[in-house]
Design a protein. Structure first.
Length: 91
């Protein structure tokens, strides 16, 4: 059995950036398992910051697309938004 490949923090950061924070895609880019990427995220604060930043960027993108659908009058998007974000108001 061969030795596990080691990556620099920079390599993992670049893979996460390219993969937009999707761990399975970053693992594919690096040629390793998802568990390896998660271990680097746990071990290095700098990698964790990039991971969280990329996840927030994708979340912002998804939210902007949802708002576009709401503005278009998409009833499913409106209902989803109200159930998710308007539940404290009784929706």
């Amino acid at each position: 059995m061969g030795r596990k490949r080691r990556f620099t923090a920079r390599q993992v950061v670049e893979a996460l950036e390219e993969a937009r924070g999707i761990v399975s895609d970053a693992a594919t880019i690096l040629g390793c398992t998802r568990a390896t990427v998660y271990n680097y995220i746990k071990r290095y604060q700098s990698i964790k910051r990039v991971f969280e930043e990329k996840r927030l960027e994708v979340c912002d993108l998804a939210m902007s697309k949802l708002v576009e659908k709401i503005e278009e009058g998409d009833l499913r998007a409106i209902i989803f938004f109200l159930r998710t974000f308007g539940s404290h108001r009784g929706y």
